[in-house]
Design a binder for this molecule. Structure first.
Ligand code: NAI
Length: 474
């Protein structure tokens, strides 16, 4: 059991951990990143990226099959080859994880495959993938970047085939004839809509009164409309209680609809997507005095935990559980550890939801601004009024800007529509720059692009958008 010493030990190689380790390497710190499964974490291996590959593939299929004829593209015998789709997706994952390994090498970061346990404020024990044990010492810091895990429902224990989580759902080599999703949140809708487009009959069981809780209901309504148009069924204020296996192998799922009413939904596969649990417990943290609350490891704006030299970033350090938040925290905390002046200090952490159409959010919603007692000015612009959206046959959705009525300072941006997840970055930058509606509206946006919608929405807020009638012309 040889002791090895590093400046920093990063536990977890997901977007938080690998980003932190790379930045530490750039800052000339001697760093080791310990990872128990595969570098890239959930995001690269079975979350963000693989799901986006399947979303793109299913979108292409639907686009050609359903919209092609209207555009003059006639196809015959169009088919889905799930195996080929999976192999293509796996190739992307391999390229990306290989890329991270390359970046580690190039930045002098050591990757140690194994399971880490914190044994002191500066020491970590690793059960290595080869079956050995290594004791690592840190002269400066330990960074906890252990992410989160899928929540399981006791009556729907994963069997890997018919009762699955997101990990298995991105790896299906056969499109289920019927799919029931428990949880109408981000994963449930993103992956549910993939299989819906590839041919599954989809039912979503959602415990609350609406899909995507927390998202502006005006945006959610656009997605729900498309979901229903594709033949999907949503059971709201409903919970799945359990299931029985039918003689033909299908599953009869009992759903509590509330008020003493029940329904039975017959399905081939159940996808459980009811949230993620932070991975802060069982790492030895509490034993050395680090606070762990319901799996989260609370930190201050410098990423510090209750114990000097122990930091936490990403999903395990708090909400929102998003890859880009983890990476940014990793970069910032690397600077802190290297002795630079840095802190978590941002106006917004944008959200990007890859439903059809996409939803993207930065900053406050109309409701949140009102709750803060702010008198708001709203600007809106529909995709249907954008020439570029028409030319792409992607006219669903709108841009919505929320601003302070007194000053016109931008408070939030909400986009539902094609490429919303790319378009939101302008809104995020505008918020970081403390921009006003005039800043966005007076910026020349190229024509014909979807980005013009941001400019027009800002101008609509000001009362003089050109391509839509303004509620209050000024
Ligand atoms: P989620 O929190 O987004 O949604 C879970 C949904 O399940 C909620 O609508 C909740 O009301 C519902 N629910 C909870 N218990 C239930 C029950 N027993 N029966 C029926 N419904 C129930 O969680 P999800 O979709 O699992 O995603 C986990 C996390 O992963 C998200 O919070 C997000 O941070 C991250 N993620 C982000 C993505 C993105 O940004 N594009 C994509 C995928 C995941």
């Amino acid at each position: 059991m040889a002791n090895r010493t590093f400046d920093v030990i990063v536990i977890g190689g997901g977007p938080g951990g690998y980003g932190c380790a790379i930045r530490l390497g750039q800052l000339k710190q001697k760093v080791v990143c310990v990872e128990k499964e595969e570098v890239g974490g959930i995001c690269l291996n079975w979350g963000c990226v693989p799901s986006k590959a399947l979303i793109a593939a299913s979108h292409t299929y639907e686009k050609v099959k359903v919209h092609g004829a209207g555009m003059g593209i006639l196809t015959e015998g169009i088919k889905v080859d799930s195996n080929k789709m999976q192999d293509w997706k796996a190739g992307i994952v391999k390229k990306l994880t290989g890329g991270i390994r390359g970046l580690f090498k190039g930045n002098g970061v050591e990757l140690l495959m194994g399971t880490a346990r914190v044994t002191g404020p500066r020491s970590v024990e690793v059960k290595t993938a080869e079956g050995g044990t290594e004791v690592l010492e840190a002269t400066k810091a330990i960074v906890i970047a252990t992410g989160s895990s899928t929540i399981e429902i006791p009556t729907f224990k994963f069997d890997g085939k018919q009762v699955i989580g997101a990990r298995e759902a991105v790896s299906l080599r056969e499109v289920p004839k019927r799919l029931l999703v428990i949880g109408g949140g981000v994963i449930g809708l993103e992956l549910g809509m993939v299989y819906q487009k590839l041919g599954s009959e989809l039912t979503v069981v959602e415990a609350t009164a609406g899909l995507l809780p927390g998202v502006d209901p005006e945006c959610t309504a656009v997605v729900e409309k498309k979901f229903v148009k594709l033949g999907g069924k949503v059971l709201k204020n409903a919970t799945a209680k359990g299931y029985e296996k039918n003689a033909d192998g299908s599953l009869a799922v009992k759903v509590d609809l509330g008020g003493g009413k029940f329904d039975t939904v017959v399905t081939d596969v159940v996808l459980v997507a009811v949230g993620m649990r932070p991975n802060g417990a069982g790492l030895g943290l509490e034993e050395i005095g680090v606070k762990v609350e319901r799996g989260f490891v609370p930190t201050d704006p410098l990423g510090r935990t209750a114990v000097d030299g122990v930091y936490a970033i990403g999903d395990v350090s708090g909400m929102p559980m998003l890859a880009h938040k983890a990476t940014k925290e990793g970069e910032v905390i690397a600077e802190v550890i290297a002795g630079h002046k840095a802190a978590k200090d941002w106006v917004s952490i944008p959200a990007a939801i890859f439903t059809d159409p996409e939803i993207a959010v930065a900053g406050l919603s109309e409701a949140q601004a009102k709750e803060k007692g702010i008198d708001v000015r709203i600007g809106k612009f529909p995709f249907a009024a954008l020439g570029r959206a028409m030319a792409a046959d992607e006219t669903e959705g709108f841009f919505k800007v929320v601003a302070d009525k007194k000053t016109n300072q931008l408070l939030g941006v909400h986009i539902v529509g094609a490429s919303a997840t790319d378009l939101i970055s302008e809104g995020a930058l505008a918020l970081e720059m403390h921009a006003f509606l005039e800043d966005i509206g007076l910026t020349v946006h190229p024509h014909p692009t979807l980005g013009e919608g941001m400019m027009e929405a800002a101008m609509n807020g000001l009362g003089h958008a050109i391509h839509v009638l303004n509620r209050e012309a000024r």
